[in-house]
Design a protein around this ligand. Structure first.
Ligand SMILES: *Cc1c(COP(=O)(O)O)cnc(C)c1O
Length: 381
């Protein structure tokens, strides 16, 4: 079972060996292991320097200032800090907040929590391609709207929202705008000098870094102070306490630095893999693309197979590491909330699979995977 073809990059990526090298240099006695908050000895200073150099790598990718980067344990925590923090900071101005039905659970659950605390939520419905339009956002804004949170790239379909346009709409109305960029960081251009969002969540493990580390970009010139959601020690300029995980942090910095260098070439190559997969799957088999290939990220392809059950398909494809629905919800067999929000029936949603490609996917793997799927579909027809 060691020869699975891994096509689940949207769930997590393997750590790039260059990143893993960097990580292990920050663990043991002969490496940089000390607490970056230890100010009384050189080991501590070395760890602090390593953390700050990684912070610069993240800031560079986002064209941001290092003071705008807060370390967290991942995008789930970044989303919690951004959403609960921003709403707490602005609750005196209004109670209306906006998000979409196709967000990651880490956003949806925060909004449901706030709804239970008395906030009024508008849940925007994406179009049939999974895209939340700026017109849709604009028409949901009210006098008492204080906060909008939308994802850049959807983790199930790859659909890309025009966050640049939405950010300027929010900015013009002095509404705090947060972007869940877990799937786009290091893959699409996020230039905070142009993109007027106040808060941006990222994590390392979708971009060849380790799990358990992420960042929240917090705009310095924003006219609100983000209250901490985790207290204890006042690390990260008071926004997030806890001893910094030096090894994870340097690994994230390295992963994002590699991504910055390779982004445009790599995305073009992965795009070709997606097209190759669709070409190899070919005609004569019945499938539908959930989303618009021209308005989605290169690495993610969500297909529905009319009349088929995703779980049965999965078990007929033991050589492929792929997902039905999203990894986070596939423990329960309910149809994907993302596909449902695009208007797919329960049956169509349950008959869908997500294929996601990445840095270590070869053309041969793509051909083999598509051919395997093709044979299974023809057999089942
Ligand atoms: C993976 C993911 C998250 C959660 O990130 P973690 O670092 O695993 O907590 C949030 N949002 C999106 C869109 C994701 O793809």
């Amino acid at each position: 079972m060691n020869k699975l073809i891994y096509l689940d990059y949207a769930a997590t990526t393997p750590v790039d060996p260059r990143v893993a090298d960097k990580l292990v240099q920050h663990l043991t006695m002969d490496g940089i292991f000390a607490n970056p908050a230890s100010r009384s000895h050189m080991y501590g200073w070395q760890a602090e320097a390593a953390v700050e150099s990684a912070r610069k790598q993240v800031a560079d990718l986002l064209n941001a200032d290092t003071r705008e980067i807060v370390w967290t344990s991942g995008a789930t925590e970044s989303n919690n800090l951004a959403i609960k923090g921003a709403v707490e900071a602005r609750q005196d101005r209004g109670k209306h907040i906006i998000t979409s039905l196709s967000e990651h659970k880490a956003v949806i659950d925060c909004f449901e929590y706030l709804e239970s605390k008395g906030f009024s939520v508008t849940w925007l419905k994406p179009d049939s391609n999974g895209v939340v339009s700026s017109e849709n956002v604009l028409s949901a804004i009210r006098e008492d709207t204080i906060f909008i949170s939308l994802m850049h790239v959807n983790n199930e379909t790859g659909a890309i929202n025009d966050v640049y346009k939405i950010a300027s709409i929010a900015k013009a109305r002095d509404i705090i705008f947060h972007i869940d960029a877990a799937q786009s960081t290091g893959k699409l251009l996020i230039d905070t000098k142009v993109l007027e969002a106040d808060l941006i969540s990222s994590c390392a493990h979708k971009i060849y870094g380790p799990k358990g580390i992420g960042t929240l970009y917090v705009r310095r010139k924003a006219d609100f102070t983000l209250p901490a959601q985790i207290h204890g020690g006042g690390h990260e300029r008071g926004m997030r306490s806890g001893t910094l995980a030096t090894h994870q942090i340097v690994a994230m910095g390295e992963a994002l630095s590699i991504a910055q260098e390779s982004m445009s070439v790599e995305q073009a190559e992965i795009s070709k893999l997606k097209r190759l997969f669709l070409d190899c799957l070919g005609e004569g088999v019945d499938f539908k693309i959930n989303g618009d290939v021209n308005q989605s990220i290169s690495g993610i392809l969500n297909l529905s197979f009319p009349g088929k059950d995703g779980q049965i398909l999965l078990s007929a494809l033991p050589g492929l590491a792929i997902s039905s629905g999203s990894a986070c919800t596939s423990a329960t067999m309910s149809p994907s909330h993302v596909l449902a929000s695009m208007g797919l029936s329960d049956e169509a949603a349950l008959g869908s699979l997500r294929f996601s490609f990445g840095r270590f996917t070869s053309e041969e793997e793509v051909r083999t995977a598509a051919e395997t799927l093709r044979v299974v579909l023809i057999k089942m027809a």
